[in-house]
Every structure is written in C-alpha cells, then in structure tokens.
Ligand binder design. Structure first.
Ligand code: GAL
Length: 360
C-alpha cells in the first residue's frame, strides 16, 4: 500500500497511460484488494455513447490502470445499445450466488433523445468484462408501488385528460403528480428509469434506485436473486421532489441518499435523505455539502458513494463536473464523507490523502 494516494477534486486525473480517466457518471466495485471503476466513456464532441462503458482498476484509489471497454456499444442497426445511443450512469454489482458481475445503466435509444427512459442490464463472468447485454426496458409494468397501493385511477385519468388546461406548473397538477398521475400513465408499459444506481444491502438483497415519472419522483425497486431483473416490489420516494443522480450508503443502520435537482448538465444544490428502512419513509435533510460553492455541489453532480468501511464510517462521495461542450474533459469530485452529530457532511478540499480511509 502506498503511503500517499492524493485525490485532487476537479483536476485532470491521468490513468496509467497518462490519459485523463474517461469513466463518467460511474461507480466503483471492490473485489478483494482491488477497486474497479466503471463509467461512461465520453467522446470529445458528443455526449452520446460512441464507445461504451469503460473500466479501470486500482489498489490505492489514486493510480488507475485502464482495463478497456467493459460493455461495448453495438454496430448492429436497431440494437438497443447501438453506437450513438445514450448510455449513462453504469454501476456494477457482484452476485455471490451466480458468481456473475451485473451492470445496470440508464439507456436511451439512438435518435430518440431522452424519450425511452429505460434501464439496461448486462452481465459478465469477469469483473472487467466483457459484459454481455441482456435487456433494456421500463420498470415493473402493471404493478403498483407498495406505497401507492390503491390510487384513485378514475380521478387520475380525468386529470390526465384535462391536458392542456391542467398546466404542469400549477399546484393542482403537482398534487396529481404526488397522487401518482404519471405512475398511472406509465402503469401498462412500465415505469420510466433515468438517472440510476444499484445498491447491495448487507443481507445480499439488491435494489435499483432511479429517477422516474419524468424525473419528478424517485423509485426504489427490489432486484431478484441473480440481480438481473426486478421482483415487482418497489416504492416511490419524494413524489414530485424532482430528484436525480441518486447515490446511497448505509451507516449505523441508517440509509443515506444524496441526490441532485434536475438542471441537466448544470450543477445545483445537492439534497440528502435518510431512512431506517430502504422502503422508507425517507426524510429529507439539507445538503450535506459545506464550504465554497457548496450550494452548487462544488460545481458537480452526485454519482456514487464508495463504501470503504461501512462500520467505521469510511465513505467517499463521488460526483461529476460535466463539460457538455467537451464531454471527455468532464472532471471528477471525490471527497470524504464525515459525520457531524451523526449526520453526513461533505467539505471541499483541493487535495486530500485517501490512504487514511483505506487502512485501519
Ligand atoms: C443530467 C443527468 C445526466 C444526464 C444529463 C443530460 O441531469 O444527471 O446523467 O442525463 O442530465 O442533460
């Protein structure tokens, strides 16, 4: 183990080849003493997926070796993951029972903007891949969330039919959103899934957490035993709250979730939620960020929280500083999560040594 492993948030971060790491909207999976970082390969002039999901490995979290493209976009016309699609926020989890690595991501079909709002799944036998694309789709068609079991579908249908007279910015419209107007609108075809992460709990159960209902409402959906599909059990979180970029961790029996507002590539103020059960209720708290530019999440947007030692409270907050004009030049913010009176805080620092989080 190196004595120093310096993290410089927002700076160019060269890999073993001296090339700025290209793994945006990503997440990190630990396998023994090796960390694997998966993220979106971004091109120089477009945010569409021209390459796929990249993989890097490291033992000290500062020095990363490029391991290649873990999931390649396809050259087959009409493929769900055809080159030029939008493939965002990939996260990989390991399934102990099947011994497979399972990648989840947000997928938008080529040429359709952000209309498809699908999840995508791919699996591999080895951490770095190659990953085989399994399927893309909407979440849990024809199933109600457990915390919206008996909605007044007649009233919701009437409200939907009052378009355009019932305008989207009115309190009345928001009231119908909270009551599940879009959950109902998408009931048959399945729930929308955009910004996302996946989380494996201590008991081995895994969850897909995603921005749904036109990015107005988060949903948390349980995954099946092999982590490649939903079980049908899911909840809505913060209906109408407009949260995206979810990143989750657990400390002292409490689930914490950091999210952003919905302003596209432009940074906004992070939000934080906590719950005693993954199924909620989730309570909203102020932003965990403090220091200069904290109200803009230091110019970034959350993507993942890396758990280094969940018992001792060693976590790393990971965020992206997007550069939509030059996507491959987007930067990474990694900062330690500290706890003040039991509440997570994230403070800006230009440089820090991650080794103290790695060793006991
Ligand atoms: C952001 C989202 C990114 C990307 C972007 C597109 O809000 O977090 O993953 O989808 O919008 O504008």
């Amino acid at each position: 183990m190196k004595v120093n492993a310096e993290i410089r948030p927002g700076e160019i971060w060269p890999d073993d080849r001296g090339v700025h790491i290209n793994a945006h909207g990503g997440g990190v999976l630990r396998c023994g003493d090796t960390f694997y970082w998966f993220g979106e390969h971004k091109a120089d002039t477009t945010s569409s997926a021209m390459v796929g999901v990249t993989c890097y490995s490291s033992k000290d979290l500062e020095h990363w070796t490029y391991r290649g493209v873990a999931l390649k976009v396809s050259d087959t016309p009409g493929s769900d993951i055809e080159r030029g699609c939008i493939l965002e926020r990939p996260k990989v989890i390991y399934n102990k029972k099947t011994k497979k690595y399972v990648m989840w991501f947000h997928l938008e079909l080529k040429g359709k903007g952000y209309a498809a709002a699908r999840y995508g799944v791919a699996v591999a036998d080895k951490t770095e891949g190659p990953y085989t694309f399994v399927r893309s789709g909407r979440v849990n068609p024809k199933i109600w969330p457990v915390n919206l079991a008996n909605p007044d579908t007649k009233a919701l249908t009437e409200a939907m039919n009052r378009k355009p007279e019932l305008q989207w910015w009115t309190p009345e419209w928001m009231e119908y959103i909270k009551q599940g107007m879009f959950t109902w609108r998408d009931f048959d075809g399945g729930q929308m899934a955009r910004d996302q992460t996946v989380y494996v709990d201590d008991d081995g159960k895994a969850y897909h957490i995603y921005s749904s209902e036109e990015n107005l409402t988060l949903q948390i959906a349980e995954l099946n035993d092999d982590y490649t599909a939903h079980t049908g059990r899911y909840v809505r979180v913060a209906p109408g709250g407009q949260n995206e970029a979810p990143a989750i961790f657990k400390y002292n029996g409490t689930y914490w979730m950091i999210t952003s507002g919905c302003t596209g590539w432009a940074p906004n103020k992070a939000r934080m939620f906590k719950a005693k059960s993954i199924w909620g209720p989730w309570e909203q708290l102020p932003t965990p960020c403090i220091g200069p530019d904290a109200d803009k999440t230091f110019g970034g947007q959350s993507t993942y929280v890396l758990t280094l030692d969940g018992k001792q409270g060693k976590f790393v907050f990971m965020a992206d500083i997007w550069r939509p004009e030059h996507p491959s030049d987007a930067r990474y913010i990694w900062l330690p999560i500290k706890f003040r009176d039991g509440v997570p805080v994230i403070e800006w620092t230009d440089e820090w040594n991650i080794v103290s989080l790695l060793s006991d």
